[in-house]
Design a protein around this ligand. Structure first.
Ligand SMILES: N[C@@H](CCC(=O)N[C@@H](CS)C(=O)NCC(=O)O)C(=O)O
Length: 214
């Protein structure tokens, strides 16, 4: 199978980590976001939304949306389970993953599109007030996670799951590109982040040996 992505882009990174956890071989195909390749006619035939990641299955089908792609991969190869096995585990992981998508990814995304890197591209009109609110919402979410991680080593239940992948990639993106690192006093959250950074599926994506908050 082929994964269409772009170096450093966070949503494809979720799928790359998921594939590594499952030990599934794939070919990584670069879609050059900087030149607008994701808006080309050829790419829009793969994903009409013009976004990466896109997975091309061995049957030549195209799937987009990082979580949907991971659901497909889980169905294809159930072990090790990353979306849960029992009814309660499945519900719990889906719930936590959705909390992270709505409560963190959407906020970091708002700060990103209204932040300095995207501003330099000149493609979007910046809204500094939206960024101010999403920065605050991100830190409030970090605070809640820090409290929740006193009781558990993982984001959802007793084992590593899709929710951990989703959270790790969001925080990594926040640190690397959005100036939204968790505060130094969020020690549980940072300890969780450092521990997950050492997983074989994640370690190749750690670009800095110093994981201290910025
Ligand atoms: N909800 C989608 C988001 C996909 C997304 O926004 N991908 C980014 C890269 S991380 C992208 O393609 N950006 C290009 C653009 O929006 O123009 C997912 O989970 O896959």
């Amino acid at each position: 199978m082929k994964l269409f992505g772009y170096a450093g882009a966070p949503n494809p990174r979720k799928v790359e980590i998921f594939l590594a956890e499952k030990a599934i071989d794939f070919e990584l195909v670069t879609v050059d976001l900087s030149s607008g390749e994701h808006q080309s006619k050829a790419f829009l035939q793969k994903n009409s939304q013009g976004k990466i990641p896109v997975l091309e299955t061995d049957d030549g089908e195209f799937l987009s949306e990082s979580t949907a792609i991971c659901r497909y991969l889980e169905a294809l190869q159930p072990k090790p389970s990353l979306f849960g096995c029992t009814a309660l585990e499945i519900g719990h992981i889906a719930m936590r993953n959705r909390h992270i998508e709505l409560g963190l990814w959407s906020q970091i995304g708002t700060s990103w599109v209204n932040g300095p890197i995207v501003a330099r591209l000149g493609r979007f009109e910046q809204n500094p007030l939206a960024k101010k609110h999403s920065d605050l919402a991100t830190h409030a979410f970090y605070k809640r996670l820090d409290r929740e991680l006193t009781e558990s080593a993982f984001v959802a239940g007793e084992a590593f799951s899709m929710a951990d992948i989703s959270l790790w990639v969001a925080i990594d993106f926040g640190i690397r590109l959005v100036n939204l690192a968790p505060a130094a006093h969020h020690t549980n959250l940072m300890a969780w982040f450092k521990t997950q950074s050492q997983r074989p599926s994640i370690a190749p994506f750690v670009q800095t040996s110093d994981l201290q908050p910025l």
